[in-house]
Design a protein around this ligand. Structure first.
Ligand code: PAF
Length: 282
């Protein structure tokens, strides 16, 4: 497995693969890899001749009061995970490599980013789109793999790829959970044992929504209300949002119809966690 820090090195290696007619699968990450990332790498391994993983804690997608400095990092362990998953190349650039002096170009969109996480993190998706677009230009993958846990991000990347005519297949992969239901996240490491227990309120609240939908409830307002009430039962939890939107364009819905995203963001102590489910309603 090659570990590259420069764009030039990555271009050289991927260029050789392309000349040999190899397909390239790409998994962009911010490191501190867990089973959710591993499932993306496994999918990339199955479906492509070569697999590239990027490990880059992207400063542009963090707000000024967010956890950029404390975001967990462990490159050595991450490289071990990548090796075991059969990754061919890890791209681990320094911030200066991605954002040299004078950097002032961005990728952004007018839709999809105003709701859900975009409300409390107004510059987040611009940072995500910019870095992902840059990584796509550097790695030139045939397929790129994103977890459904960041469902809004997945919808935003799909739209960017469609709107800007990028010739890359975006593959969404299911959420990986702990046995007790907590969605895997690098940020789970911030939780104290008590908070870890309290964090189960996210998946419990989604289970409550699923129960209502299975029982025939189609009124989005009624489901939102139940989810909010459920979150309020947990003293360590503070709701950011509990919402239901159309998945394709992240617009709020009154009634459940077609493919909808039921999504939550909740602070457990100081840690902001997200979770969701995508439901198709006939
Ligand atoms: O999902 C993430 O880890 C990040 O948002 C991504 C896609 C790697 C961009 O920095």
């Amino acid at each position: 497995m090659k570990i590259c820090e420069t764009i030039e090195e990555v271009r050289g290696i991927v260029g050789e693969w392309k000349k040999e007619g190899k397909s390239v699968g790409f998994v962009p990450t911010m490191g501190y890899l867990h089973e959710g990332h591993q499932s993306l790498m496994e999918a990339a391994r199955r479906e492509n001749d070569r697999v590239v993983v990027s490990i880059f804690v992207n400063p542009m997608q963090f707000g000024p009061t967010e956890d950029l400095d404390s975001y967990p990092r462990d490159l050595e362990r991450d490289c071990g995970v990548c090796r075991t998953a059969g990754v061919d190349l890890v791209f681990h650039p320094q911030p200066e490599e991605m954002y040299p002096d004078g950097f002032c170009s961005y990728a952004d969109m007018n839709g999809l980013t105003g709701e859900l996480c975009g409300r409390t993190r107004p510059t987040h998706f611009r940072g995500v789109q910019t870095v992902v677009l840059k990584l796509f230009h550097i790695v030139t993958p045939d397929r790129a793999y994103f977890g459904q846990k960041d469902a809004q991000q997945l919808a935003v990347i799909r739209r960017m790829v469609r709107d800007l005519n990028l010739d890359i297949e975006i593959c969404g992969c299911p959420i990986v959970r702990e046995p007790d239901g907590l969605a895997k996240s690098s940020r789970n490491t911030y939780l104290s044992p008590e908070e870890r227990q309290a964090a189960l309120i996210l998946s419990k609240s989604l289970a409550e929504a699923a129960r209502l939908i299975d029982g025939g409830e189609r009124d989005a307002g009624a489901i939102r209300k139940k989810m909010r009430e459920k979150i309020a039962e947990e003293p360590l939890a503070r709701l950011d949002y509990a919402d239901i939107v159309r998945f394709s364009d992240i617009t709020p819905v009154d009634r459940l119809e077609g493919e909808v995203l039921v999504a939550l963001a909740v602070y457990i102590g100081k840690t902001r966690l997200i979770d969701n489910m995508i439901v198709t309603v006939e």
